[in-house]
Structures are given as C-alpha cells and as structure tokens.
Design a binder for this molecule. Structure first.
Ligand code: CMC
Length: 420
C-alpha cells in the first residue's frame, strides 16, 4: 500500500499526490491544485502545526514520552531538574552534566530586588497569583539586555536557565505578597522542589518533609511538557515573531491560566467543594449531561483514554495523604470518577480523568490555596515552553501566520452617522 494521498479538485479535475509520513501530509499540496485554497481547521483539530522532537503523545493508548523516555519511568526514577535538562538539551545528562546544571540553576534563583520592591509590591493586595506570575515573567525580561539576543544559541541557553531557575522564586514571591508575608530568599542548599516549598512556607523553624518534597518533584516532572497544547502553541506563535523568551513565556502562561487548560485544577477543587458530598454526585453528573456545566478534570483534546499522568498523580496523592491526612474531597472525587466512567455519556465521548483531576487534591493537601494551582503548573511547564521555543528558533521556523475564512460583509459604502 503506497504511503501517499491523492487529492482531486472536483472543480477542475486536477489531481495531486503527496507522501504521508508519520500520519501527516503537507497541506501545501492543496496550493498546488489552487494557490488560493486553504484548509479550514479552527482550534487545530486536525492540523500538525510543527514538527517536533520533544514529546510524544499517543492519546488513543494513553502514552506520554519526553524525548523517548516513558513518563512512568521518569516519574519513578528521575528528578524535575534532570527532566528539565532532558527537555531543553535533548538527552539525559551524565553525572557531571547534571551536577553542573543543578549548580547553574541553583545559582540563578535570586531575582533583582527591584522586581519585588517596585514591581510586585505595586499589585493590589488581593491580586490573583497567576495574574501576578504572568506579569512578573514578562517584567523579568526587562532586567536582562541579552533577552532579545535570540539568534545566539548560547544566549538562548542562558535565558532558559534563568527562567527555569527563577520561576519558583517568582511564584513563591507572588504567594507571599498575596498573603502579606515577608518574602523568603532562595536557599541554595536545598533541591529545586524543597527550595520552592521552603520559599512558600518557611516561617520560623520550617523543614521540608522529604515525602512532600518528592511528591512536589513528581508533580513538576508530570507537568514539564505536553507537546502542542494551548500554552505551548502560544509560546511557539509568539516566539516565531522573535519576541524575547520572557514575553513569549508570559504569553504561554496567560494561555495556561484559562479554566479549560491549566486553570482546570483550580476549577476541579471548586467543583468538588460545590458538590459537597458523595450523595450529590449522581445529580451533579446528570446536570453535566444536560449541558449545565462540564466535569472539570475530565476530557482531553488528545487523550481518548486515561491520561497516564492522572494514574501517577492518583498514586502520589495517597503518598501525600499518608503525611498530611486524607483530603475530605477525595471520596467525592473517587465517586465522581467511578460514576462517570460507567456512564454512557462519558464512555461514548471517551472522557477520562486528565492530569488536573487529582493534582488539585495534592496541592490542597500540601496547603496551597486554589489560586496558586495554575502557578504550580506553570513553574515546571517553563522548561517545556523553553524547549519548544529553542527548537523553533533552531529550525528557523517562519513567523506563524494562519489564514482565515472570511464570512463578513461584502464591500459596502460608508454611511454617515446621521443616516444610520
Ligand atoms: N464534561 C462534560 N462533557 C465534556 C467534557 C467534560 N469535561 N469535555 C468534553 N465534553 C463533551 C462535550 O460537551 C462534547 O460533547 P458533544 O459532542 O455532545 O457536543 C464532547 O465531549 C467533545 O468535547 P469538546 O469540547 O469538543 O472537546 P475538546 O477536545 O474541544 O475539549 C477539553 C477538550 C479539555 C477542553 C474539554 O474536555 C474540557 O473542557 N474539559 C474540562 C476542562 C479540563 O479538565 N481541562 C484540563 C485539560 S488537561 C490539562 C491541560 O492540558 O491543560
């Protein structure tokens, strides 16, 4: 069977045959038939917008791999910093490379004092931490002359290091500001995850529990990348205009903020709290089926199977509950999952729990307020965004510029206001 596709333009009888590679064919073939012909694909349901070597996702079979390594193996054996290295450099580091990378990240965690004093302090006292995070990431770029030096691979690596190192610092700073607590400086003797928890929670004699540190690190690993999702696509689109990586990452973080994307973990906790008790689950599921709302933390554009990250997170949740005590919302979540997975509405539409269904329960057990949940997603996703940004620039991709299907008015004459 030939690996080609033949397309005929029935208006002219013209035919074009193009290769299919990896399940994809170049849509430019259509232009050979007629240069004014475009595909209509709002929301990219059937468009591969780029080639990429970073993350493999098979949504039918629930497979996720970073640079070829299964997510299950990385979650079990690796650390977030090793995974971040893998994503941005393409290979796992050897011992010396990992030591160097860890040292470099650890020594870039501090942020300019003016960021806190002049910038963060300017926010309203009840500003949402994710809004603060988005703005602070963009503002950080103004502190570095080299941020715009995007053609130089070494300069790109430097900005990448900075953004990965400083994301937890910015996140913790936004939280401490929002609750009126003094900011904790990074502690370079701690791991990436422990340092973040320490900056978040240290008051007096705080010590990070190793089980919670590991759980945080696993969550960071699971959220590090997820191929061409909404946020990463925003990163690539903005990056393709050759904007600096801080502005691009702020755009990606803005996309992540929405409740259909990274904001879903916050929405899940609100939904579980509203349901209130196991007895209310069937009625809630019925209301979702009537279109009165969505079952947050369920469904995915690509996964038509259990999201492999949800499986790992569900297990990690139990490890966390051993230390913190069980979340009162866990039983509601389990009942909701059980009910939905047996209901034809969800089965027929292949709606399964996604990464956000159980992550919020862990975050809540770790005492994070719901407003911080999407920030917790953004911290590790920074490495994925930057890996995609670097790949795009390395490949010299053109500026992103989709076409449209115009459905507005035909030409008409301007009407003076008195005649309208
Ligand atoms: N609850 C109830 N029905 C749903 C849900 C849901 N969570 N998700 C999809 N559906 C239904 C939808 O109503 C539609 O039904 P019908 O065919 O009768 O019109 C069908 O399933 C297909 O939905 P869709 O909106 O066309 O699917 P999509 O691929 O555009 O949306 C999604 C994917 C993730 C936005 C959507 O499933 C959703 O809104 N889920 C809830 C929010 C959520 O958990 N988001 C986190 C995604 S994972 C983290 C991340 O990657 O950011």
């Amino acid at each position: 069977m030939p690996d080609t596709i033949t397309i005929t333009d029935d208006r002219t009888g013209k035919t074009v045959t193009v290769p299919i590679e990896g399940g994809v064919f170049p849509s430019s073939a259509l232009r050979e038939l007629d240069p004014s012909l475009y595909m209509y694909d709002p929301a990219y349901l059937s468009t591969a917008a780029t080639q990429s070597q970073i993350t493999y996702l098979d949504g039918t079979n629930g497979v996720l791999r970073y640079r070829g390594y299964p997510i299950e193996q990385l979650a079990e054996h690796s650390t977030y910093l090793e995974v971040a290295y893998l994503l941005v450099n393409g290979e796992l580091p050897n011992a010396e490379q990992l030591a160097g990378w860890t040292n470099d990240v650890t020594h870039h965690t501090f942020i300019h004092e003016n960021m806190r004093k002049r910038f963060v302090d300017g926010f309203h006292y009840d500003a949402h931490p994710m809004g603060m995070f988005v703005s602070a990431v963009a503002a950080l770029g103004t502190f570095y002359d080299g941020a715009k030096d995007i053609e130089d691979p070494a300069a790109r690596k430097h900005q990448t290091l900075r953004l990965i190192a400083k994301s937890p610092t910015i996140a913790a700073m936004c939280y401490r500001f929002s609750v009126g607590l003094p900011f904790n400086q990074p502690d370079n003797d701690l791991s990436y995850a422990a340092n973040f928890l320490n900056m978040m929670w240290k008051i007096g004699d705080y010590e990070v529990d190793p089980a919670l540190e590991r759980a945080m690190d696993i969550l960071f690993i699971l959220h590090a990348d997820h191929e061409q999702n909404c946020g990463t696509t925003a990163m690539r689109v903005i990056g393709s205009s050759h904007a600096d990586p801080y502005s691009s990452a702020a755009g990606a973080a803005s996309a992540l903020y929405g409740p259909r994307h990274g904001g879903a973990n916050e929405a899940v906790i609100r939904m579980l709290s509203e349901i209130g008790s196991i007895e209310n689950v069937p009625a809630f599921v019925e209301s979702v089926k009537k279109g009165e709302g969505r079952l947050m933390g369920f469904g995915h554009r690509v996964y038509k199977n259990y999201d492999p990250r949800a499986t790992i997170i569900k297990k990690a949740a139990y490890d966390v509950f051993e230390v913190t005590g069980k979340s009162p919302l866990l039983d509601i979540a389990l009942k909701l999952e059980e009910t939905a997975l047996e209901d034809p509405y969800f089965v027929d539409r292949k709606l399964y729990p996604n990464v956000d269904f159980y992550s919020g329960l862990i975050y809540q057990a770790l005492k994070f307020p719901v407003e911080m949940f999407t920030v917790l997603f953004a911290i590790p996703r920074m490495s994925g965004w930057l890996a995609h940004w670097d790949e795009l620039l390395e490949e010299g991709q053109k500026i992103s510029r989709p076409r449209q299907w115009y459905t507005g008015s035909d030409e008409r004459d301007y009407v003076p206001i008195a005649n309208r």
